[in-house]
Write a protein that binds this ligand. Structure first.
Ligand SMILES: [Zn+2]
Length: 556
């Protein structure tokens, strides 16, 4: 595997100055210690497409369970400890040798870190934490620094392992390192090619139709195209014997021997990572989890994963002419898949539906008002030119439709408040809903002149609702020295929570809708008969609470 990767790096040495710059700077060592004492198997790789971002690390499988020791990948000192019920959950950052390694979704930190953290949390009276330890927690490669878990935005036990350039904090591809210790899954399987998408623009057609077309070799040697079109490449990578699919490491596309697209997943940048929305065919991803990489680059796309040749303009083939398209898919182990097709210039052109509204130009501000619903889009909020349309149904559902699906920066949506809610004084909630009316995202806003106004970065279906329902706290339970209470809230979502025994703050943590407190913290010692009060407040200000004593639970 190492050999294959070296060959690939060699092949691209000529462009390394522009391509591999940040990655070369950070690479002060060739090997890392395996972050787990079990063979490394991945359920996610660096640079694969996720909703709203490219994945910035490796998801390492942990035999479907929590509690596996997590090992320092290199010598270093803990530079950051983060505790949250979202994102990385319990996360540890280790600095050393020009690198920062990140270990996320942990169930527990090393006891020395845990003790220090607990002191901070009790001093702040806050469970959520993000800070740099004042004392030096130093570890050697292979030392246990914590235990794996499933905390934060993790859907199944695994270790999220991330490498960063310590100076810039830019994440880099860990598969460029060799892992010593327990071994890594071999990768001899080339990436899988799923198709080249040809997308006609304006008056263009493919195979005589204005609809987009997915070509695979099963269809034949090529396609007839007319007018301007753009291209997409669909494909993914897989490791030997693994059912998980990953992102490809790189894609190159040539048209008549000239390179028109080239990208590599060597390093990412958190400040532009959301531009994955412009790199991919977003509707294909949202509607069928299709991983289609756009060959043409939208003007608002700020990602620096591309070689300079990656083009912005669409392609065309003159009638009677032909063009050869060649596609190369790469994985990080150096395996590759090649395919190619002919594009034959066609003179048949069909006029596009002229009833379509004209697209908004991405670099200009726009205001659109339909039936008292107003959309205001600032200049450069869109990744590229896009049609935006508003529709308001009798049921109160508002559709703000756009092929763009999302914006690069926020736009403003102003909608009328339903008359039934008018003047109630309660906060309104604008809900983004799916086709069935299930709430996907919610924004709390106050009514003003019969309207509410929200800044957001997505299009779709919206409804105005009211959140007057307080969070619901379930019955407290005591298992193995841990108190836990499940909590739930509709619409606006949980904002904050707190638990006290009398005056005394208790360290209640939140994970996946369950609050928990460990008796080993000691607050309840000699206070078994005293009232424990746990309360939650949602984003609309509704409060739910539970009062009980430890003695009542121990008696059960
Ligand atoms: Zn991950």
């Amino acid at each position: 595997m190492r050999q294959g990767m070296k060959q690939i790096l060699g092949a691209f040495a000529l462009v390394s100055a522009v391509f591999f710059g940040p990655f070369n700077q950070a690479k002060s060592q060739d090997t890392l210690h395996s972050p787990l004492p079990i063979p490394l198997k991945f359920s996610g790789n660096f640079g694969e497409i996720r909703t709203g971002h490219f994945h910035t690390g490796l998801d390492v499988r942990t035999e479907g369970r929590a509690g596996i020791p997590v090992l320092a990948a290199h010598d270093g000192a803990v530079s950051r400890v983060k505790v949250s019920h979202r994102g990385y959950g319990l996360a540890l950052y280790l600095n050393g040798g020009g690198l920062t390694s990140v270990y996320a979704h942990l169930s527990q930190f090393h006891p020395r870190i845990e003790a220090w953290l607990m002191e901070q949390q009790y001093a702040d009276e806050k469970w959520a934490f993000d800070g740099r330890p004042s004392s030096a927690f130093s570890f050697s490669a292979g030392d246990t620094i914590g235990w794996s878990g499933n905390t934060g935005g993790s859907f199944g036990p695994h270790l999220h392992f991330e490498l960063r350039d310590a100076r810039t904090q830019r994440p880099i591809n860990p598969l460029h390192w060799t892992f010593e210790g327990s071994g890594v899954t071999q990768d001899m399987v080339p990436p899988e090619f799923r198709g080249v998408w040809v997308v006609p623009e304006t008056t263009g057609t493919v195979e005589g139709s204005p609809d987009r077309f997915r070509w695979t070799s099963a269809y034949g040697e090529g396609l007839r195209v007319a007018g301007p079109f753009s291209l997409g490449v669909e494909g993914f990578d897989r490791l030997d014997g693994e059912r998980f699919t990953h992102g490809p490491y790189g894609i190159d596309v040539w048209m008549n021997d000239s390179l028109i697209h080239s990208h590599r997943m060597d390093t990412l940048d958190f400040s532009t990572n959301a531009d994955v929305a412009a790199h991919i065919d977003l509707p294909a991803w949202q509607d069928r989890k299709g991983r289609v990489h756009r060959v043409q680059r939208l003007p608002g796309n700020r990602l620096d994963i591309y070689q300079r040749t990656s083009g912005r303009s669409s392609c065309s083939v003159e009638p009677g002419d032909s063009a050869r398209l060649e596609v190369l898919l790469l994985d990080a182990a150096g395996n590759e898949t090649r395919t190619g097709l002919w594009l034959w210039g066609d003179s048949v052109a069909i006029a596009k539906d002229t009833l379509n509204p004209a697209p908004f130009e991405y670099n200009l501000p726009h205001r659109l008002e339909v039936e008292d619903v107003v959309v205001e889009v600032p200049a450069n909020a869109l990744y590229g030119d896009a049609v935006i349309d508003i529709d308001r149904s009798d049921s109160g559902r508002i559709t703000v439709w756009s092929e763009a699906r999302v914006t690069r920066s926020d736009y403003t949506l102003t909608v009328p408040v339903p008359s039934a809610f008018m003047g109630s004084g309660d906060p309104m909630v604008l809900c983004a809903v799916d086709e069935k009316g299930e709430v996907e995202e919610a924004w709390v806003s106050d009514e003003r002149n019969g309207h509410i106004q929200v800044r957001l970065d997505r299009f779709g279906y919206f409804e105005v609702r009211q959140d007057t329902v307080a969070p619901v706290l379930g019955q407290p339970v005591l298992v193995d020295g841990v108190l836990s209470i499940s909590i739930g809230d509709d619409l606006s979502g949980m904002d904050r929570w707190e638990g006290r025994c009398g005056e005394h703050w208790m360290r209640w943590g939140l994970d996946k809708g369950v609050l928990s407190y460990a008796l080993s913290d000691g607050v309840l010692q000699d206070r078994t008969q005293e009232d424990i009060r746990v309360w939650c407040i949602d984003a609309a200000g509704n409060i739910g609470q539970k009062v009980f004593t430890l003695a009542s639970l121990q008696a059960e």
